[in-house]
Design a protein around this ligand. Structure first.
Ligand code: DP6
Length: 345
């Protein structure tokens, strides 16, 4: 990673959007390096983003974090500090940092704030430290904050390649198709009332599945072919081919979670009613017009095409316990909003 000394105390701001995985990352082959067992595939979402400013303050020893206008301590600050330590060691810096981060959507609402959060932190902290990472390097760096953050560096349809090298050299995300590739594709995000707040980070929970789920190894055998089918369907903008495989993958991910000991049961009865409604709509219309997917939480994303979006949105809103249905589209990757001017020679 290149480095040019920025003026001391200068700040950088980076913005990144959450992504929703169509092929899930679930399980690490190397916990220390955050290397996944399988490659994953996601869509970066437009209109929602985390914007983060970082400043390494001369003479300061500790890091501070202001998230959505509130000072934050405890585990979230610890995770940020560990991440900044990595940036400091890459840039040979010692100063503590001031981190100010804002989400333009509810934090921990099921919209994957850790992905956009660590992508934005990686972009802002590396620029403030005078590093000049390529997007690929930035995606590798973001992974140390949160695996899914490696994908939010890119826009549109993104593959995070698991790679095979023990040092993670070949483990990075890359854009497959940009955000304009399939304008008819819509993600109807069903936000539930009183959804349980996520207490354990996925990075912790997923290793339980690796060691205890009897379904984990069959999943590893099935994912590569599923990923290929999905990439082909997205390339051809073929919803009929894509939607069944998205649901198959989500059902497999959920089966792995539920067969983990102790079980990981992320859905509520309302989430399950959303899945049932999508299955009902598909069977009534006699073709797959939509696909559900969810992460390690109760909210459900329903992918469909623009021409079915209004009808489906109406049906989903009628489910008791569904608070909001937001229509989101594929969006751009992370980018710098402001960066420090290089120091005068
Ligand atoms: C189910 O790497 O985002 O969303 O930041 O620790 O919560 P934490 O984990 P993260 O794990 C993502 C798990 C997933 C699937 C996915 O996004 O691929």
């Amino acid at each position: 990673m290149g480095r040019r000394e920025p003026p001391a105390g200068s700040s950088a701001t980076y913005t990144a959007s959450p992504n929703i995985a169509l092929v899930k990352y679930w399980g690490m082959r190397d916990v220390e390096l955050g290397l996944p067992w399988n490659s994953s595939l996601s869509v970066t979402l437009a209109g929602i983003a985390t914007t983060t400013a970082v400043r390494f303050v001369p003479g300061r020893k500790r890091d501070s974090l202001i998230l959505n206008h509130r000072s934050v301590t405890g585990p979230p600050l610890e995770a940020v500090r560990r991440f900044l330590d990595r940036v400091r060691s890459l840039a040979d810096l010692r100063e503590g940092a001031e981190v100010v981060s804002n989400n333009n959507f509810p934090t921990a609402s099921g919209l994957a704030s850790s992905a956009s959060g660590f992508a934005a932190l990686a972009g802002a902290a590396s620029a403030a430290a005078g590093l000049h990472p390529t997007s690929r390097e930035l995606s590798r760096l973001a992974r140390f904050g949160s695996g899914s953050a490696s994908r939010s560096i890119f826009g549109g349809f993104v593959e995070w390649r698991a790679g095979a090298q023990p040092d993670g050299r070949d483990c990075y995300a890359r854009r497959l198709f940009d955000e304009h590739h399939w304008p008819e594709l819509v993600d109807l995000v069903c936000l539930l009332q009183n959804a349980p707040v996520k207490v354990i980070r996925s990075a912790g929970a997923m290793q339980g599945s690796v060691t205890t789920s009897p379904l984990f190894s069959a999943r590893q055998s099935a994912v590569p072919e599923r990923l290929r089918r999905m990439i082909r369907a997205i390339r051809d903008r073929d919803a009929r081919a894509l939607f069944p495989v998205v649901m198959e993958e989500c059902d497999d991910f959920r089966a792995v979670c539920e067969s983990t000991v102790p079980t990981l049961d992320y859905l509520t009865p309302v989430s399950r009613a959303v899945l049932a409604e999508v299955r009902a709509a598909n069977s009534e219309l006699g073709e797959p017009i939509a696909a559900y997917t969810h992460d390690a939480g109760a909210h459900v994303h329903v992918f469909t095409l623009e021409k079915h979006a209004e009808m489906l949105q109406r049906r989903l809103r009628q489910i008791g316990g569904v608070d909001q249905v937001r229509a989101l589209r594929p969006g751009p990757g992370g980018h710098l909003v402001s960066s420090p001017a290089p120091a005068a020679p």
